[in-house]
Ligand binder design. Structure first.
Ligand SMILES: *[C@@H]1O[C@H](CO)[C@@H](O)[C@H](O)[C@H]1NC(C)=O
Length: 892
C-alpha cells in the first residue's frame, strides 16, 4: 500500500462517528463577565463557543461552553460545518465571530491557577464561506504579545502548551489586511507543570496519535487535559488491544488516557520496523517527540519485548525493555531534534522474534515567544484608566506590544519588559477626576490630558511621578490649588507644566490669576527645557519613522554616524580582518567586497565604501540603516561596521556558496537540484515576506535579482544588498525618487510609466527570479547588439503551449515532479502579471512555494519508500493541526 492510500485510510478513519459521551459533570452555571474577561469553570477550563448566543452544556463532553456575547466587538455568523473534515465540535463550529472592525481583537482569559503555570490553549477556525465571498481570510493569531500563527486555511485547529507569565492571557486576532479575522472556538485547559514545560517558548502541537485506536477522537473526559487523540491504523499494521488496566505509575503526570494506552500496533513480522516519517514545518524547527509504549500482549515463557529506535538511520534509543501492562514514555528531547525530514524506525532488537509495538505518539515543535508583556503595574494602571474613562480607540491586548499595534496615545520603552513612557489622552472626552491609577505609571515621562472635561483638584501624586518631564492639563475644568511640589519642579526646570484654560484653578504660588501658563523664566532653565523637549520630539520622530517589529536602538541619530548593537571596528581592525584587503570576493554598488576573518576565526565578508563614491555613501547608509534594524534568517546579517571619518565598511556573515546567479549560470558544475531550487525560492520568499509584512513600515528591496541572493554552506538562501532599499510609508503615495531603482530585466512594465517602487514591483522581480530558478536561464539572454531577449518573451509561449519539459532547466534531465513544476510556474506567472495590483502579496507566494516544496518532497519520499525494506511506513502529513512557526525573530 502506498502513502496515498495510507492517507486516504487515515482520512476515512476520521469519519467514524464519535459515540456520545454521557458522563455528566455537575457544573455551576458560569457566565462570561461583561468586562470581557472569561473566567474558568470548576475544572479550570475555559471553553468559548465564539459566535454562540447562549451558554450550553456540550453533549460530546458535557463541558460548559460559554458564548462570547459580552465581547463588545465583532459580528456573529452561522455556517454549515464541514463534517467530513472533523466530526466533533459539531455544535461549536456552527457559528463563528468575525471582527470587521479594529486591527487587533482579543479574548482575555483569566487563568484560574494563575501565571507561571502550564496550559493547553486551542483555537479552531472554520470559515464556512460565512460571508459568501469565497475568499479565505488570512490573519495573524497572537498569544499574548507574540505571534502564534498566521491563519490562512479555511479550516484549522491550532493548539499550544504554554506557560503564561501573567494572570491574564490575551488571545488576539490581528487583521493584516488580507481579510476579516474570525474564530469558531477558543479553549484553555490546565496541564500538569512537570510535563511538556519549555522555558524558552511554547510547544505547538503537530500530531497526537492513538496508535491502533478506533475512536475519533479521544478527549475529555477520558483525557483530563482534553488533548485530542486521533486514531492511527494501517492495514499492514496488526492492531492489538487489551481490556486490562495498564499501570501508568512511572508516567502518571502525563495522564495518558487508558483507552489510548490499551490499543497499539505491532509490525507484521519481527524483522520489520514500525516506521514514521514526519516533516517539520521548517527544517530549523525544534521538534519534541513523545513515544508511549506499553506491553499489552502476555508473552510466553516470560519473554520481553525489547525495542530500539533509529532516527534518520542513526540510533536514537538503545535497547528498551517493556514490562507487561506497564506504560513507558520515551521523550528524548534534550536537545530537541530538527531537520527537513524526521524518519523514526522502531525495531525489535536483533534476533528477537517479537515484533515492535507502539501505543501512542505526540509531536510538537517549539514556538518561540521572544517578547515579554508590558510591566504588570503599567498594564493594570492603563487598563484601569481605560475602564474609568471608557477609552474606546484601539485599546485591546497588550498596551505596548507588538510595537506595530501599541495603543494609540501611548509610547513605550524598548526594554525586555516594556514600560509605558508616555500617555497622550488629549481631546479624548475624558470626564471625572484625574484617575489615581495614573500614579502607578512610574516610568511615564509625558502626560498629556489637555482639552478634556476633567474636574476636581490636581492630585499630589502627579508631582511624585519620578520621570515626568511634561505635564499638560490645558483646557479642563480643574479646580483647587496646584500642588507646591509641581510648581517647584516647574520652577527648577525639571518639568514642563501647562495649566492654561482651567478657569477654576488657583495658582497659589504665582498669585497672578490670569497667568496660568507657568514657565520658568531664567534663560538657563529655558535652555534645559528646549533641549529636553527637542530630544523627546526627536526620539518620537525617529521612533515613528523607524518602527520596525524587531525593536531598535534607542537614542538620537546623528547624520553620518551609525549606532547599533552590532560591533564597531576601527579602520586598522578592518585592515587586519581583511589581511590588508587581500582577497576580493565581489563588487557591490558602493565598493569592493573582501574576504576576511575575525579574531575568533569567523569568516566574514567586508564591504568597503570607496571614498570617491557619493552615490555609494547613500547606498551604504541605506544598507546599514536597514540591516541594523532588521534581522531575519533569510536576510544577510551584519556582524559589524566601521564608521571612521574617512573609511567606512560593513561586515557581514560570510556566505560560503556565493550568490544564486553563479549557481544558475551554465558554467557552474555543481548545478542546483530541483529541490534545492524550490528550497531557495522558499527561503528567499521568507526573507521578502519579512521585509514586506514583518517590518512596519514595510521595506521595499528594489533590487531583487539572483546575484543579490546569497547561499550558505547548506544552500540556505539569504537576501542581500539593501543599498537601494527604502522604508516606505504606505500612506504616502508620492515619494519622489531621484534615481531609477533596480536592474534592467527585473523591473515591471509600470516603471516606464514612472511608478514609484512598491511591494508589487519587488514581487515582479521575485517572479523573474523564480523563472530563472525554473529555467536556469538569465533574465536577459543573448549576445551583442539587438539580439537581447527577455526571459518572459520566450518562456510565456512555452507555458501557454503546456510544454513544461521545455520550460524547466534541461540540465535537470527531467528530475522534477511535474505538479510541483506547474505550481511554481503558475506562481511565477502571477508574480509577473503586467498589472501590478493583480500580483499577489509575498505572503501568498510563500504559501504556494511551500506547497511546491511539499509536493516535491512527498513525491520523492514515495518513490524512496517503494524501494526501502521497511514495509510499515507512512507519511505524517499535515492535515489536522497546522503549526506555523514563522516567528519574527527577537530584538538583538
Ligand atoms: C497629544 O496628541 C495631540 C493630538 O493627538 C497632539 O496635538 C499633541 O501635540 C500631543 N501632545 C504631545 C505632548 O505630544
Amino acid at each position: 500500500m502506498d502513502d496515498g492510500e495510507r492517507l486516504f485510510l487515515a482520512v476515512k478513519l476520521w469519519l467514524v462517528l464519535v459515540p456520545v459521551i454521557i458522563t455528566v459533570i455537575s457544573n455551576s452555571k458560569l457566565v462570561a463577565a461583561c468586562d470581557e474577561v472569561f473566567e474558568a469553570d470548576a475544572l479550570g477550563f475555559i471553553s468559548i463557543d465564539c459566535g454562540a448566543s447562549v451558554d450550553y452544556n456540550d453533549i460530546e463532553t458535557s463541558l460548559l461552553y460559554v458564548s462570547d456575547t459580552c465581547t463588545d466587538t465583532g459580528e456573529i455568523h452561522e455556517i454549515s460545518p464541514d463534517n467530513t473534515w472533523i466530526n466533533y465540535y459539531q455544535q461549536q463550529r456552527k457559528n463563528l465571530r468575525s471582527f470587521p472592525q479594529g486591527t487587533r481583537n482579543c479574548y482575555t482569559l483569566k487563568l484560574k491557577q494563575g501565571g507561571n503555570n502550564e496550559y493547553l490553549i486551542r483555537a479552531i477556525f472554520e470559515y464556512g464561506n460565512y460571508d459568501s465571498k469565497n475568499q479565505i481570510p488570512v490573519f495573524d493569531l497572537y498569544i499574548g504579545v507574540n505571534r502564534w500563527a498566521t491563519i490562512n486555511e479555511a479550516k484549522s485547529i491550532y493548539e499550544i502548551i504554554h506557560v503564561p507569565s501573567l494572570e491574564y492571557l490575551d488571545v488576539c486576532l490581528v487583521n493584516i489586511k488580507q481579510g476579516v479575522p474570525y474564530i469558531s472556538v477558543l479553549e484553555l485547559r490546565p496541564v500538569d507543570n512537570s510535563i511538556y514545560r519549555k522555558e524558552n517558548g511554547a510547544l505547538s502541537t503537530i500530531r497526537r496519535y492513538d496508535v491502533g485506536g478506533n475512536k475519533d477522537p479521544i478527549r475529555y473526559p477520558n483525557d483530563s487535559y482534553d488533548r485530542l487523540w486521533s486514531p492511527l491504523n494501517f492495514s499492514d499494521w496488526d492492531v492489538k488491544s487489551t481490556k486490562s488496566t495498564i499501570s501508568t505509575q512511572s508516567i502518571d503526570e502525563y495522564k495518558i488516557p487508558a483507552e489510548v494506552l490499551q490499543t497499539a500496533a505491532i509490525s507484521e513480522n519481527a524483522i520489520y520496523s514500525l516506521s514514521l516519517y514526519f516533516s517539520p514545518p521548517d527544517p530549523v524547527s525544534q521538534c519534541y517527540v513523545y513515544f508511549y509504549f506499553a506491553e499489552i500482549e502476555k508473552l510466553e515463557n516470560g519473554k520481553q519485548r525489547e525495542l530500539i529506535i533509529d532516527l534518520n538511520g542513526e540510533r536514537y534509543l538503545s535497547e528498551s525493555k517493556l514490562d507487561y501492562l506497564k506504560a513507558k514514555v520515551i521523550a528524548q528531547n534534550d536537545p530537541p531534534i530538527n531537520g527537513s525530514r524526521l524518519h523514526f524506525s522502531i525495531y525489535s532488537v536483533n534476533g528477537s522474534d517479537i515484533p515492535p509495538i507502539l501505543n501512542a505518539v505526540e509531536v510538537y515543535v517549539l514556538l518561540e515567544l521572544p517578547f515579554s508583556p508590558t510591566n504588570l503595574d503599567d498594564v493594570n494602571a492603563i487598563k484601569d484608566i481605560k475602564r474609568r474613562y471608557k477609552v474606546t480607540r484601539n485599546w485591546q491586548g497588550d498596551p505596548c506590544l507588538p510595537s506595530s499595534l501599541s495603543w494609540d496615545g501611548l509610547q513605550c520603552s524598548n526594554d525586555t519588559i516594556p514600560r509605558i513612557t508616555s500617555l497622550n489622552l488629549s481631546s479624548s472626552k475624558l470626564t471625572g477626576e484625574i484617575a489615581t491609577s495614573l500614579s502607578n505609571l512610574q516610568a511615564i515621562t509625558l502626560l498629556d490630558l489637555s482639552y478634556n472635561s476633567l474636574k476636581g483638584p490636581i492630585p499630589q501624586f502627579v508631582a511624585l511621578l519620578p520621570n515626568l518631564k511634561i505635564l499638560d492639563l490645558t483646557g479642563n475644568n480643574l479646580t483647587g490649588s496646584v500642588p507646591d511640589a509641581l510648581i517647584q519642579k516647574s520652577k527648577d526646570g525639571t518639568l514642563l507644566l501647562r495649566l492654561e484654560e482651567n478657569p477654576g484653578l488657583c495658582l497659589s504660588v504665582s498669585r497672578h490669576k490670569q497667568k496660568k501658563y507657568i514657565i520658568p523664566i531664567t534663560a538657563s532653565t529655558i535652555g534645559v527645557l528646549l533641549i529636553l523637549f527637542s530630544f523627546i520630539v526627536l526620539a518620537l520622530y525617529i521612533r515613528k519613522r523607524k518602527r520596525v517589529d524587531v525593536g531598535m536602538a534607542t537614542g538620537s541619530k546623528k547624520e553620518g554616524s551609525l549606532k547599533s548593537k552590532n560591533q564597531p571596528y576601527t579602520y586598522s581592525e578592518i585592515v587586519s580582518i581583511t589581511d590588508n584587503f587581500k582577497t576580493v570576493i565581489g563588487e557591490g554598488g558602493f565598493g569592493k567586497v573582501y574576504y576576511g576573518t575575525l579574531k575568533d576565526k569567523t569568516e566574514v565578508a567586508v564591504k568597503v565604501l570607496s571614498p570617491s563614491s557619493r552615490q555609494g555613501y547613500k547606498e551604504f547608509r541605506a544598507e546599514a540603516e536597514i540591516l541594523i534594524f532588521v534581522y531575519h534568517k533569510n536576510l544577510v546579517s551584519l556582524t559589524g561596521y566601521c564608521d571612521d571619518e574617512a573609511n567606512k565598511a560593513l561586515i557581514y556573515e560570510y556566505m560560503v556558496k556565493g550568490n544564486l546567479r553563479q549557481h544558475l549560470s551554465g558554467t557552474d558544475p555543481n548545478m542546483l537540484s530541483w529541490i534545492n531550487r524550490l528550497q531557495i525560492a522558499v527561503d528567499a520568499a521568507h526573507g521578502l515576506d519579512y521585509l514586506h509584512n514583518g517590518c512596519k513600515p514595510p521595506i521595499i528591496h528594489r533590487d531583487l535579482k539572483p546575484s543579490n541572493i546569497l547561499l550558505t554552506e547548506n544552500l540556505e538562501a539569504k537576501i542581500a544588498d539593501f543599498g537601494l532599499s527604502r522604508v516606505v510609508n504606505e500612506e504616502i503615495h508620492s515619494q519622489s525618487t531621484t534615481r531609477p531603482a533596480g536592474t534592467h530585466g527585473y523591473l515591471g512594465p509600470e516603471f516606464n510609466a514612472g511608478v514609484v517602487p512598491n511591494k508589487k514591483s519587488d514581487i515582479y522581480s521575485f517572479g523573474i527570479i523564480l523563472f530563472e530558478l525554473i529555467t536556469g536561464q538569465p533574465a536577459i539572454k543573448g549576445g551583442s547588439g539587438s539580439s537581447y531577449i527577455h526571459i518572459l518573451q520566450w518562456v510565456t509561449p512555452e507555458i501557454e503551449r503546456g510544454d513544461i519539459q521545455n520550460v524547466v532547466d534541461p540540465r535537470l534531465q527531467g528530475k522534477f515532479n511535474t505538479n510541483a513544476a506547474w505550481k511554481i510556474v503558475d506562481t511565477a506567472m502571477s508574480c509577473v502579471c503586467p498589472t501590478a495590483v493583480d500580483r499577489p502579496d509575498i505572503n501568498n507566494v510563500l504559501i504556494e512555494l511551500k506547497e511546491c516544496l511539499a509536493i516535491e518532497v512527498s513525491s520523492r519520499r514515495n518513490s524512496k519508500t517503494e524501494s526501502s525494506n521497511t514495509t510499515t511506513s507512512f507519511l505524517l502529513k499535515q492535515t489536522f493541526l497546522n503549526p506555523s512557526i514563522e516567528m519574527v525573530p527577537g530584538a538583538r
